[in-house]
Ligand binder design. Structure first.
Ligand code: GRF
Length: 193
């Protein structure tokens, strides 16, 4: 059985989409994979009760309790490694990770970013897409490397930008597609070769 560990910081809607896909018969039978744990760096993340409702074990590693990024990551890695994950999935996890942490999970660490990378890495992606007058926006699933939001692309989804879009309306349209491509990309990665 392959274990997936999901890291979140807030709402957890991507986490829930992945967990629901993993709980469906097709995934469970063909991939022999399950979400072993959902870990949040924020104790108040709305995704934590949502994960528990889906029957998933949850843990919190509160970054504010550590003096350095490195000390936080040591504890985070310890909690992750207990589950011996085949894949560590960043799903709205809002901490920048050091090269050493990324290297530890080389090839097993993936992220979803709410833009059509390589356009708009970093924050405020929807506002920047609107400011630039983009006619299309989207989301990207990618391997995580030490270069933030620049790892090899695994999947993308494109949505139109409407003339009356706000950051919120565009983000909501992109998010619905994130829920499609993230479980799909993970299933492809875990598929037995
Ligand atoms: C998503 O838009 C994701 O691409 C970005 O943060 C948001 C997280 O949403 N990194 P959720 O927590 O999965 O609902």
């Amino acid at each position: 059985m392959k274990h997936i560990v999901i890291l979140i910081s807030s709402g957890g809607s991507n986490m829930a989409a992945i967990a629901r896909a993993a709980q469906q018969g097709r995934w469970a039978q063909r991939l022999d994979a399950r979400v072993a744990a959902v870990i949040s760096n924020r104790p108040d993340a709305a995704g934590l009760p949502l994960a528990r409702k889906l029957g998933l074990p949850t843990e919190v590693v509160d970054h504010r309790l550590f003096e350095t990024r490195e000390a936080f990551e040591v504890q985070l890695a310890e909690v992750i490694d207990r589950h011996q994950p085949a894949l560590v999935v960043l799903a709205g996890f809002m901490r920048i990770l050091t090269a050493s942490f990324v290297g530890r999970y080389d090839g097993r660490l993936v992220n979803i970013h709410p833009s059509l990378l390589p356009a708009f890495p970093g924050l405020r992606t929807h506002a920047r897409a609107l400011e630039a007058g983009c006619r299309f926006a989207g989301a990207t699933v990618h391997h995580v490397t030490a270069h933030l939001d620049h790892g090899p692309i695994l999947d993308q989804a494109v949505v139109p930008v409407m003339p009356d879009d706000t950051c919120e309306s565009l983000a909501a349209r992109v998010l619905t597609q994130e829920h499609v491509i993230y479980p799909r990309a993970i299933a492809r990665l875990l598929r037995p070769s």
